[in-house]
Design a protein. Sequence first.
Length: 481
Amino acid sequence: MHEWVKTVNDLVWSPALVYLCLATGLYFSVRTRFLQVRHAVEMVRLMFDGKSSAAGVSSFQALAMSLSGRVGTGNIAGVATAIAFGGPGAVFWMWTVAFLGASTAFIESTLAQIYKEKVDGQYRGGPAYYIEKAMGLKWYAWLFALATVIACGVLMPGVQANSIAAAMQQSFAIPPVVTGAVVVALMGLIIFGGVKRIAVFAEFAVPFMACGYILIATVIIVLHIEQLPAVLGLILRSAFGLDSAFGAVIGMAIQWGVKRGVYSNEAGQGTGPHPAAAAEVSHPAKQGLVQAFSVYVDTLFVCSATAFMILITGAYNVFAPSGRALFTGAPDIAVGPAYTQQAVESVLPGFGAAFVAIALFFFAFTTVIAYYYIAETNVAYINRKMHRPWALFLLKVTILAATFYGCVRTAELAWALGDIGVGLMAWLNIIAILILQKPALLALRDYEARRRAGEDPVFHPAGLGIRNATFWETREPESRQ
């Protein structure tokens, strides 16, 4: 099975997808006139602008739900893996795909807001919805929905669960089976409580865990501040093949940096639009800008924190594609979260490994919860036509089973299956948003024009020539909470 999974993974994550992610981010950055720079202050302001309603969540809750999906094991184990197989230069390419990907996140999330629907009293939206409404290709929308249910409900939870189990076993000698049982029990309490409970949990847990993690990273960086310029130089030299030790793996630096960058920040993958559509806002571009900022939080803050801790302390190994060791700074330590644990433990002995294990638990646990919400949204899309009430219950049971299985299977298989899920969604979604970009760009221009006029922008799709935005065309004021 391992060989079959590896073959499929290599096919899905061919160089074509790597460069498609980079090219798409660059293209949308140019088309939006680098909104990720121009509207950076506006992004922060909008985070706290919206309020929840009976049907939707607030902008901040939607951001927290999105971040709970973006900030996961990729920020700890994923960064370590990228460094191990792509060298320090992979970090630069993670930054690059995040900076460019912010514009991609804006496009996909704005499209999700434009074409969202109210289903069973809750806002629902995402690639399946905008593919059907804007492209008119129901078969393509169903293909994305089915791929997403499989990816988020079966393939991807195992990566997060496996990292939790590995970290708990490393730090506290807790058997993976025990970890799996505890994680499944806690998940069940949340996912059987509905979207509102997911939003409230994410609103509390995500800021807490991210701030705590970045604080510890800042302490480690400050204690080794004299090494920071050398580490930055190493990252830049390695990214362009100019370092004597890592110059030979420049291709792997790009591939692993983009691959793990997309896995971590999810820009273009098609997951972010789902929570974005759930937000109660007066204009789609508002939530598009908030979601663009979430990419910064994920990669430029949290991933960078991990990278600097690992590189500054030298707690990493780098391997050539042949398996030959190019650098050995953490002998006898397996690739993954143990690099980060070793880095923090070397500075804060007796505390570091346990702290990373707990942080990883929160990061990965909230990500699995986000995966459930995304899969649930696509089941809701399918159920509009099929009307199978048992489908959501089956999804809950399936994701709980996949999470438990992920705790006890090998890390290599877990990551390979997760990568396949991410890659399939990215292929389908990026092609769609490249075709459907016009409504999102029109929404951005409309938002900017109304802001210049001193208005609080309110969206009217008919005046912009946007069709099938049925929610906005028939919208009535929602009761505010």
